[in-house]
Design a protein around this ligand. Sequence first.
Ligand SMILES: C[S@@+](CC[C@H](N)C(=O)[O-])C[C@H]1O[C@@H](n2cnc3c(N)ncnc32)[C@H](O)[C@@H]1O
Length: 234
Amino acid sequence: MKHIKNSYLELLAELGIGGAHPGGIHLTEEILKNENINSSYHVLDAGCGTGQTAAYISQTFQAKVTALDFNPTMVAKARHRMKINNLPVEILEGSIEDIPLPNDHFNFIISESVLSFVNKQKAVSEIYRILKSGGRFIAVEPTLNERLDDAQEQEIMQFYGLDSLLLETDWADLLKQTGFENIQIKHHTTIESEPDFHYSNEIDPALYDVMRKHLDIITKYQETFNYRVYTCSK
Ligand SMILES: C[S@@+](CC[C@H](N)C(=O)[O-])C[C@H]1O[C@@H](n2cnc3c(N)ncnc32)[C@H](O)[C@@H]1O
């Protein structure tokens, strides 16, 4: 059995789960309806996973789309998705904490359930740097409704490999301190989406325990640990 570093992210990569954020692709469709993305836009999906959102944006709006992920298994699955769907989406392997792209580059950036897993300050600063003036940024992120006791917060952070758990005011402060404006926070009731899997050939059996633990945690903390959609402009 191989060593699993961040077992939750490894589970998502091995199962190749598309729409691996709360609300899935249906939530993404809802969010994007309110934006003015068109074929002149250059869009980044930062932490794209298997590329479901990037593919949707390319297909729906004919925008130029770039997608970035850190995990080589995710990158391979995203590239495969674009190839079989004949979509001109560029997939880059790299970190959201140090994005290998120039300043003021994108009209629109979306990042769905990624910032929580990384150095948030670094990642948000990088997103700000590569967004054009007047550009829009949307993040879908797990958010605490209220502080939990230490043991409960540790349980969540350790399982998902997070360095902190943020309230919605903490997320808004982080965006504001980085320079973002027009910050809006939306609560969406969870919209069910069909799961979309791109399985690997051999799935480590230890990952099934990880799946069970994930389901235990989301059930246990469903009243206090949900998600929000954060929208803002540069
Ligand atoms: C919960 S998944 C969400 C994937 C995708 N946004 C979606 O909604 O399906 C988190 C993603 O963040 C990626 N990720 C984690 N750390 C990263 C980093 N430093 N840079 C870029 N991507 C990262 C993981 O590889 C994984 O694909």
